[in-house]
Design a protein around this ligand. Structure first.
Ligand code: NAD
Length: 497
């Protein structure tokens, strides 16, 4: 980073060096609370992307591929300590960049350290397996090997968590990476490079190219990648998958959601309402796992709706850097406009607006991109409000009568990322969780995640998994080796089993 004019300005991080992009284009990154630009970022083009992939390939072939798991683990543990030591600074930078409240961004920086440690512990334990075959005169084993060079494309809402999920697993598995953060929130990923360097990773193992969709597109189309892990919208995900298909580069897709949170009448209603509340208003609703559809059994419908509607206006909106703030801004102007459009169309679709429904203003909010916590009731599942991901603090409450009806509504969107079930009946909890077509199910909790849990979706929410052992295996491949120790000469025309 260098100071140019009055704003900090960031170059690309390629091959262990800060390098300017090959073209002159730069863009400002905005603080969504002040609406002012606060740093400038380089726009990388296809030639910069190619340089980053070449640097990663060189590092892979010359050092990282031959680096022991013990050493990879040591570097990752060291990096985790450095991230922990910088968690508050990273949290502050993230809050400045994407407007998420400081308690969440600092928590995500600590999560990044946690996930680095989780995968660091695996790095020297990736030993594949010996496979007994039908014949006694061969020895067969499947070795786990890294893929090589992987591209990681990241969204703006939780950059540190996504970076941890993707990069920690990829590096522990022995890959080199090229990261493309979101144009709306690049700074923490760039600052992370300094910690990677300080930890002592060889140059070229970790590279960052910044820029907008054009840079992402260049990465998706590039030759020389062994996998792309993408987090973002379904629209961009489809384009990335199609581009990667041309070079037969495999992809992981972590896409959006329209997750149902189902409250049955027998649930502990206080806990369930709080869980539903946290599921949509946490992170200003800008999370892929937001419980944006709340399904409530009709007998307790009024009670739950009243609880949520009374509580929503009391959420403390304000400067996201202040510890007491509960809901920050929307992260950027396009997203703000999108949410406001959805609110407008929900009103015209006939959903009942119970609270919110507009821009939040006030002295403490300045010019910030705030949206009132918004609740619509009597929503039908076929409304746009119930079908499309809004990615903001907008809750759609849908009544249901029976368990079967709840399951049909819950599964009745194109998405399949997460589901929540609130009930005290264990049999029902198990039945409904089996019926959910989603990658994650929470029972009597919501939006709780951990480094150990496999995370990802089905249907339009994507494929592939992050976190957990599954997340590590996405960045490895099995190489089977068969050793023949029979003294017999084979019959050249018979199949050998
Ligand atoms: P986005 O799809 O607009 O952008 C995501 C990333 O892709 C950015 O880095 C962007 O520059 C890049 N990109 C955009 N168009 C591209 C193209 N044509 N080719 C290549 N790259 C391109 O998404 P966003 O607005 O940054 O993030 C919000 C979305 O991300 C939501 O849909 C949300 O649900 C999803 N998300 C999913 C998860 C998950 O784990 N499933 C987590 C967080 C966010």
């Amino acid at each position: 980073m260098e100071k140019s004019d009055r704003l900090p300005s960031y170059d690309l991080y390629i091959g262990g060096r800060w390098v300017p992009s090959s073209g002159p284009e730069r863009f400002p990154t905005f603080n969504p609370f002040t609406r002012q630009p606060w740093a400038t970022i380089s726009q990388a083009d296809a030639s910069d992307v190619a340089s980053a992939i070449a640097a990663a390939r060189h590092a892979y072939e010359t050092t990282w591929r031959g680096t022991s798991g013990l050493e990879r683990g040591r570097l990752l543990f060291k990096l985790a300590d450095l991230v922990d030591g910088s968690a508050e600074r990273i949290g502050n930078l993230e809050t400045t960049d994407n407007g998420k409240v400081i308690r969440e961004t600092t928590g995500q920086a600590r999560y990044l350290a946690r996930v680095l440690r989780f995968y660091a512990g695996y790095a020297d334990k990736l030993w594949g397996k010996v496979i007994p075959l039908d014949r006694g005169d061969v020895f067969d084993y499947a070795a786990l090997e890294p893929l090589g060079v992987v591209g990681l494309i990241i969204a703006w809402n939780s950059p540190m968590a996504m970076l941890g999920n993707k990069a920690a697993a990829a590096l522990a598995a022995g890959n080199c990476v090229v990261v493309k953060p979101s144009e709306h929130a690049s700074v923490t990923t760039l600052e992370f490079c300094k910690l990677v360097e300080e930890a002592g990773f060889p140059a070229g193992v970790f590279n960052v190219v910044t820029g907008d969709a054009r840079t992402g597109d260049a990465l998706a189309k590039a030759e020389g990648l062994d996998k792309i892990s993408f987090t973002g919208s379904g629209t961009a995900g489809r384009l990335v998958a199609a581009a990667a298909g041309r070079t037969l580069t495999p992809v992981i897709m972590e896409l959006g959601g329209k997750s149902p949170n189902i409250i049955f009448a027998d649930a502990d209603l206080k806990k369930a309402s709080t869980g539903a509340f946290a599921g949509i208003f946490g992170a200003t609703g800008q999370t892929c796992i937001a419980g944006s559809r709340l399904l409530v059994q009709r007998i307790v419908y009024d009670e739950v709706v009243t609880h949520i509607v009374e509580r929503a206006p009391a959420i403390r909106l304000g400067d996201p850097r202040m510890a007491e703030t509960e809901m920050g801004t929307v992260a950027n102007e396009p997203q703000f406009n999108r949410i406001m459009d959805y609110i407008g169309s929900a009103k015209s679709e006939g959903a009942t607006l119970m609270t919110g429904g507009g821009r939040a203003t006030g002295e403490a909010l300045g010019d910030g991109l705030f949206i009132q916590p918004t609740v619509f009731a009597e929503v039908r599942n076929d409304m746009r409000l119930a079908q499309e991901e809004i990615f903001g603090p907008v809750l759609a409450i849908i009544p249901f009568d029976t368990e079967e009806e709840a399951i049909t509504i819950a599964n009745g969107t194109s998405y399949g990322l997460a589901s929540g079930i609130w009930t005290q009946d264990i049999n029902r909890a198990m039945r409904v969780s089996r019926a959910m077509r989603s990658g994650l199910v929470w029972i009597n909790t919501y939006r709780a995640v951990a480094a150990q849990m496999p995370f990802g979706g089905v249907k339009d929410s994507g494929f592939g998994r992050e976190r957990g052992e599954e997340g590590l295996m996405e960045f490895m491949t099995a190489k089977n080796v068969m050793i023949n120790y029979s003294d017999d000469e084979r019959d050249p025309f018979a199949i050998q089993t």
